[in-house]
Design a protein around this ligand. Structure first.
Ligand code: AMP
Ligand code: ZN
Length: 486
């Protein structure tokens, strides 16, 4: 099956050979909070988890993947340490919290599809599992791992064996800071809420009855409960963005190991993707200045150009999102499609074994496939894999069938559409702006069009000048106006 797959395990911070515990590799991927559209940074986490699944499939290992949907407003508030974001969004959009959550959940599914991400086996919603969360928390309380204070039921981290080993936390110092709130009566500053009890007079839009009063489950609880329910007590891999390594996953481990109480590590491999940066910061829902998959499309950038852009970096390295980088990924995608087109249809290849079979003993093809295998086996080395792909497409040494095998193998690992996207379907040169600016520019361009149609030239010129002040250049073509940001 080629060489062993080596993965960087955040637990212990080393690259290790991956060996699944059973026949099917269980993967739990922390899902999105659904009070706003997912942005390209969020989607990096799911493209990464998908690449991992594709690598496991390449090695002939079946997977079962769960991605949860965080649709409990309190949980979102806890994550961001602010207001109940779901309630805020509901008020803003004049919808119920359920409608808001459903709308953004569907948007997430649409983005997964646009990025050619293999569907997970299940997408459990946190709101559907609250009873199980209450049972889980009650069991922890019964066994002495939790205590009640006015604001709810808290997990006592001093009872946890080796608390914080994932984050390499020294429990004594640290952890007062980002995402950690001040709580009256808490015994240790690392203790976290299993249940958040409503304050008297408060009535949340989403609330459940529990032994600790009306309220809502703590954010960390949902992932422990849903992963154990759907993957079994112990499973192979847990993934998420790098921010989860410091707190969310630390707390998931503490409560799950306390609950299971079998002195075994709950999950053996913890994998984290680095951030997509925008400007000098991580792209973030709360920070504004986000870009969505839909923004790419409306600017004429194919969503898979974004996936190609991601593959050009290693998942554990920060990546800077810039107009230039995405434009260049789009050109690169177009060139790859132009090379692939004449060779289609590609043979169906998903695994290394199938790839080698399809080479029919041709050594040059097998060598190229082994290079792919070496790249992906080395902690999902997609940049090296891409470099080998370009190399083998340029080389004279490969037959047409060899190229087909190589292209199909690269597609099975990268999911960038080599088997089906038309190179001329990748038109469009408009550069990208942040969300709100894009909408503004689109409005101004439309208004200028209307002025031109009404032959109101002074108004049209005025609008062009206004656009130029925003750094946007408008060009009129027979097909209508196009614009690009400088
Ligand atoms: P959230 O909806 O905020 O819980 O985020 C969903 C997933 O996206 C989590 O795994 C986060 O760690 C991840 N994430 C959030 N922002 C970024 C970013 N800028 N780059 C990469 N991953 C991110
Ligand atoms: Zn989680």
């Amino acid at each position: 099956m080629g060489r062993p797959l080596r993965l960087f395990n955040s637990l212990g911070r080393r690259t290790e050979d991956f060996a699944p515990a059973g026949d099917t590799v269980g993967i739990y991927t922390c899902g999105p909070t659904v009070y706003a559209y997912p942005h390209l940074g969020n989607m990096r986490a799911y493209v990464f988890a998908d690449t991992l699944r594709r690598a496991l499939r390449w090695k002939g290992l079946p997977t079962r993947q769960i991605i949860n949907i965080t649709d409990v407003g309190h949980a979102v508030a806890e994550l961001e340490l602010g207001d109940d974001k779901l309630e805020v969004a509901a008020a803003r959009e004049r919808k119920s919290v359920e409608e808001v959550a459903e709308h953004y959940t569907q948007a997430f599914f649409a983005d997964l599809a646009a990025l050619n991400i293999l569907p997970a086996d299940e997408y459990p919603r946190a709101t559907a599992c609250v009873d199980q969360m209450i049972d889980f928390a009650a069991e922890l309380e019964r066994r002495g791992f939790a205590y009640t204070i006015e604001s709810g039921l808290y997990f006592d981290t001093s009872k946890s064996v080796d608390y914080g080993r994932l984050a390499l936390i020294n429990t004594e110092g640290q952890r007062e800071g980002a995402r950690v709130e001040q709580v009256e009566g808490r015994r240790n500053k690392t203790d976290f809420a299993l249940w958040r009890t409503e304050t008297p007079g408060q009535m949340r839009a989403m609330r459940w009855k529990s032994p600790w009063g009306w309220g809502a489950p703590g954010w960390h609880l949902e992932c422990s409960v849903m992963s154990i329910a759907l993957l079994g007590s112990h499973f192979d891999i847990h993934t998420g963005g790098i921010d989860h390594r410091q707190l969310h996953h630390v707390n998931e481990i503490a409560q799950s190991e306390a609950y299971l109480g079998d002195a075994r590590p709950w999950v053996r491999y913890w994998l984290h993707n680095e951030f997509l940066q925008f400007g000098a910061q991580k792209m973030a829902k709360s920070a504004g200045g986000t870009i969505r998959v839909a923004d790419l499309s409306s600017a004429g950038i194919h969503p898979l150009a974004y996936r190609l852009f991601l593959s050009g970096g290693h998942y554990r390295a920060q990546l800077d999102y810039t107009h230039e980088a995405i434009e260049s990924a789009q050109s690169s995608l177009r060139r790859l499609m132009a090379r692939a087109e004449p060779l289609r249809p590609l043979p169906p290849i998903q695994t290394y074994a199938q790839a080698v079979d399809s080479a029919h003993g041709d050594q040059a093809t097998i060598d190229a496939l082994n290079q792919f295998d070496a790249a992906i086996s080395n902690d999902l080395g997609t940049p090296q894999l891409l470099a080998h792909l370009h190399e083998s497409l340029r080389s004279d040494g490969l037959s047409a069938d060899g190229r087909r095998a190589v292209l199909s193998s690269a597609e099975s690992l990268l999911g960038i559409g080599l088997d089906r996207i038309a190179s001329d379907g990748l038109a469009g040169t408009q550069a990208l702006l942040a969300d709100d600016l894009t909408a503004r520019v689109t409005d101004l361009v439309a208004e200028r069009e209307a002025a031109r149609a009404a032959r109101d030239w002074p108004r049209a010129d005025q609008l062009r000048a206004q656009l130029e002040r925003l750094g946007v250049q408008v060009t009129d073509t027979p097909q209508g106006p196009t614009w690009r940001a400088n």
